[in-house]
Design a protein around this ligand. Structure first.
Ligand code: ADP
Length: 273
C-alpha cells in the first residue's frame, strides 16, 4: 500500500481551488466587458435618432417654423426619428428579458401556416411597395401544428419575413416553406434577394450588427431583429440556420417539435367526432 503524501494532497487541493477561482474571475471579466460594450452600443444607437429629432425641432424653433411646408416636413422627420427610438427601446426590452431568462414561455399548439398568412396580411403594404410576392409552400398543406410560444414565435416569423421583404430584391419572391419530419417540422423563410456575403453570415445574429449600415438604417431596422430571433429560438431549444448565395437569395431555417404526430392527430380528430 502506497502511503499518501499529505503535502502533495494539500498542494493539489490548492491548485484545484486557485484554478476554479481564476475561471470565475475570467468569467466575471468577460461579463464586465460585455456589459461595457453593450452600454457603448446602446448609447451610440440612441444618439442617432435623438440628435436628428433635436436638430429638426431646434431648426424649427430658430425660425424654420414660419414656412408652412418646411414646418410639416421637419415635424414629420422629428416624429419618424422618435418612432425609431420607440421601436429601439421596445426591442431592447425584449432582448434584455430574453437574455436574463426573465420571460415565461407559454408553450401551446400553434398553427404556423395560419401565423405566416396573418403576417403576410400585416406586411402586405410594404410587400406591395416593393412588388414582392408572398407565398406559403407546399400549397396542399392546410395546417402546420407545432409546439411553441405563439407570441414569441410570431415575433420570429415577423422579423424573418419582414427582413426577407426589405433586404430581398424588388419584384422578388418571399416563400415560407414547411418540411415535415417524423417528430419535427422545419420552417424556412426564403427570399430571392442579393444574399448576404459569406464573411457576414456568422455575425448577423449579433446585436446591432448590420451588413450595410446606412442601407439598413434607411430601411428602418434597429439591428436587433436577428439577435431577438436567435434568443427566442434558443428558448424553444432550437437553433436558426442561414444559407445564402450571392444574387440568388437567402434562407433562414429552424426546426420545431410537432404538436401532434400524424397518427395522433388523426386519432384525436376521430375522438372529437
Ligand atoms: P435590422 O434591424 O438592421 O434589419 P436584423 O438583426 O434584423 O437588423 O438584421 C441584421 C442585418 O442582417 C441587416 O441589417 C441586414 O444587413 C442583414 N439581413 C437580414 N436579413 C437579410 C436578408 N433576408 N437578406 C439580406 N440581408 C439580410
Amino acid at each position: 500500500i502506497q502511503e499518501s503524501n499529505p503535502l502533495k494532497t494539500i498542494n493539489d487541493e490548492i491548485f484545484v481551488y486557485v484554478t476554479k477561482k481564476q475561471k470565475e474571475i475570467d468569467e466575471l471579466k468577460k461579463l464586465e466587458l460585455f456589459r461595457r460594450e453593450f452600454l457603448a452600443d446602446v448609447s451610440h444607437e440612441f444618439k442617432t435618432p435623438i440628435f436628428a429629432a433635436q436638430g429638426f425641432i431646434h431648426t424649427l424653433l430658430d425660425g424654420a417654423m414660419d414656412d408652412e411646408k418646411v414646418r410639416e416636413r421637419f415635424l414629420r422627420k422629428a416624429a419618424n426619428n422618435l418612432d425609431s427610438l420607440d421601436v429601439l427601446v421596445k426591442d431592447l426590452l425584449v432582448l434584455s428579458q430574453m437574455e436574463t431568462g426573465d420571460i415565461k414561455m407559454n408553450m401551446a399548439a400553434v398553427d404556423m401556416r395560419l401565423m405566416a398568412l396573418n403576417i403576410f396580411g400585416r406586411l402586405e403594404n410594404i410587400a406591395k411597395s416593393r412588388n414582392v410576392t408572398l407565398k406559403v409552400k407546399p400549397d396542399e398543406l392546410t395546417e402546420v401544428w407545432v409546439k411553441a410560444d405563439a407570441d414569441r414565435m410570431e415575433q420570429v416569423m415577423l422579423n424573418l419575413i419582414e427582413n426577407a421583404i426589405k433586404y430581398g430584391n424588388e419584384g422578388g419572391k418571399v416563400t415560407v416553406q414547411f418540411s415535415e419530419g417524423k417528430k419535427y417540422m422545419e420552417v424556412a423563410v426564403r427570399d430571392t434577394g442579393p444574399g448576404i456575403p459569406h464573411e457576414h453570415l456568422n455575425r448577423i445574429f449579433e446585436r446591432f450588427y448590420r451588413v450595410d449600415k446606412s442601407r439598413s438604417k434607411d430601411i428602418g431596422g434597429t439591428g436587433l431583429g436577428l439577435a431577438i430571433v436567435k434568443h427566442i429560438l434558443n428558448a424553444h431549444d432550437t437553433k436558426i440556420a442561414v444559407m445564402s448565395k450571392p444574387d440568388k437569395g437567402t434562407t433562414f431555417s429552424f426546426k420545431l417539435e410537432k404538436a401532434f404526430t400524424s397518427a395522433h392527430s388523426e386519432q384525436s380528430e376521430e375522438d372529437f367526432v
